[in-house]
Design a protein around this ligand. Structure first.
Ligand code: SAH
Ligand code: SF4
Ligand code: F3S
Length: 478
């Protein structure tokens, strides 16, 4: 098949932050593309973080504006898009596996157009592998040009050629793009894009580019619209939300944004992710003062050892982290704190690992995502010497998880006997006689009820039993 390589990824370029100011445009689909999806179906597979989930909602919105209809069977649809994640090697391995399945499906459905986007194509290695070993992929684009999808699709359709366009300088911010949101009661709201932290293990600053904040008015208006449409909860998204506004050069921070959003009438505000170095008092006070800001904070610590934190370029010590936790627990006494932890960072010693266990014991996180360090080509840590065996890393992960699970359980048990507010998401997967949803502290709660009219409502549930991953309760009639 002919190839049209409009542009290939370049991690070196991505590191440079060449775009000085980020323009904001109103999104519009030009007429020439307006019906390229007529009589066609689409299906999107989404991997990775909430940022990718939010992007997939925009991609769905754009596709439906072009006339595409969502398919029920991905393997029979006209267009399949894989929105990918590059954070760890196993995230990428999953995608290679799905691509293998799609190859078979395409043999039975020759007209199927296969596209791949998200963070993986932003890596040179991944895109080269896609070109060399997956010739049936028709369209490769990245994180900076999802808004060019109509043009890219037309090109791939018309020219019957493989189209590759991966940009390594940041895209503009587009307001007003169509979004097909997954839920009717809770919504993702991007407040910023990109990341400038360059933690030495992490690929995100390369795949997502530099930090770009949306204007506060645009964010506030989006939340007001969501309130009008009956939404109960928003989750504000950014790789480091505490850096919100820094790139705009205004005297307006993330804490200010929380206070302003509290006034919109939205019932629940969550946010992710926070960087411990940038979590400031104003944000903590907003959590204390604003009834809509939920008492849960995800504050990734990564390691409890100062030398490892330094090698990770995290820019805080374990003591500075603990100090923020103390302030948080003092100002927001009911708060639940969760975290991310990496074990087996290059040459991490047993003693350094024990410092992480110690910190988990001190903070008593009510939940944690735990990972084995995964080498990402192009990042500084990939060049660090590492003599720790895989076997040892797996053992450490197991030891850490035993401890983390203990506090997970305690975090759920502490609500036993209490009545909590649950925003009902839907029917429980494993028991059709139960509904489930999340409490204010982001506890997953299941309770017996078959009343589907409760979905999307906030109800009172008395917690009967806390388990490790969830809590069981019963509906309280008011
Ligand atoms: N911006 C967020 C989320 C980043 S990705 C933050 O700073 O927390 C989510 C988590 O993946 C990170 O917190 C980190 O724990 C983990 N992670 C990132 N890169 C990794 C790597 N190379 N190997 C293992 N885990 C990694
Ligand atoms: Fe990655 Fe660090 Fe940025 Fe999070 S803050 S996305 S871990 S570089
Ligand atoms: Fe993955 Fe990209 Fe998100 S690497 S975690 S999808 S920013």
């Amino acid at each position: 098949m002919a190839k049209i390589k409009l542009s290939m990824p370049d991690l070196g370029l991505a590191r440079k932050r060449l775009q000085k100011d980020t323009p904001t445009y109103n999104y519009q689909i030009t007429k020439e593309y307006s019906n390229i999806g007529q009589n066609k179906t689409y299906y999107i597979f989404t991997y990775g973080c909430q940022g990718n989930e939010a992007d997939s909602e925009v991609i769905s919105g754009i596709l439906e504006d072009l006339g595409y209809v969502k398919a029920t069977d991905p393997y029979k649809s006209n267009l399949v898009i894989l929105n990918t994640c590059a954070i760890r090697e196993n995230a990428e391995n999953r995608i290679w596996g799905v691509l293998g399945n799609l190859k078979g499906a395409k043999q039975n459905n020759k007209d199927m157009l296969i596209a791949i986007c998200g963070c993986m194509p932003q890596e040179e290695n991944a895109t080269n592998k896609l070109l060399d070993s997956y010739p049936f992929v028709d369209l490769i684009f990245g994180t900076h040009n999802i808004y060019d999808l109509p043009k890219l699709l037309k090109e791939a359709n018309d020219k019957k050629a493989k189209v590759v366009e991966v940009l390594s300088t940041e895209g503009a911010i587009y307001e007003g793009a169509p979004k097909k949101r997954e839920f009717k009661h809770k919504a993702w709201v991007n407040i910023m894009y990109g990341c400038d932290e360059f933690c030495t293990y992490c690929i995100v600053p390369y795949t997502r580019g530099k930090e770009r904040s949306r204007a506060k008015e645009d964010i506030i208006n989006e939340v007001k619209e969501l309130v009008k449409d009956g939404y109960k909860e928003v989750t504000l998204l950014g790789q480091n939300v505490n850096a919100y506004g820094k790139d705009l050069g205004l005297d307006y921070t993330f804490g200010d944004l929380l206070y302003d959003l509290d006034k919109t009438g939205i019932q629940r505000i969550r946010y992710t992710t926070s960087h411990p170095k940038d979590l400031d008092l104003k944000t903590i006070y907003a959590m204390r003062d604003c009834p809509s800001v939920m008492p849960h904070l995800h504050l990734p610590v990564q390691s409890g050892d100062d030398y490892i934190l330094k090698k990770m370029n995290r820019k805080y010590t374990h003591e500075e982290y603990l100090e923020k936790i103390r302030i948080l627990k003092k100002e927001v006494p009911n708060i639940s704190i969760t975290t991310d932890i990496i074990v087996g960072f290059p040459n991490e010693t047993e003693e350094e690992f024990l410092n992480t266990l110690k910190l988990v014991d001190e903070v008593k996180f009510e939940g944690a995502f735990t990972f084995i360090y995964s080498k990402r080509e192009g990042t500084p840590a990939a060049k660090m010497e590492d003599s720790i065996s895989d076997e040892e890393k797996h053992k450490r992960l197991d030891r850490l998880n035993v401890l983390v699970d203990k506090y997970y359980l305690e975090g759920n048990k502490r609500f036993e006997g209490q009545v909590v507010n649950v925003l009902v998401d839907g029917v429980s997967k494993n028991n059709l006689n139960n509904l489930c949803g999340y409490s204010e502290n982001l506890k997953l709660v299941h309770f017996p009820s078959t009343d589907k009219s409760l979905i999307g409502q906030i109800v009172k549930v008395k917690i009967i039993e806390g388990k490790t991953w969830f809590a069981l309760g019963e509906l309280v009639n008011e």
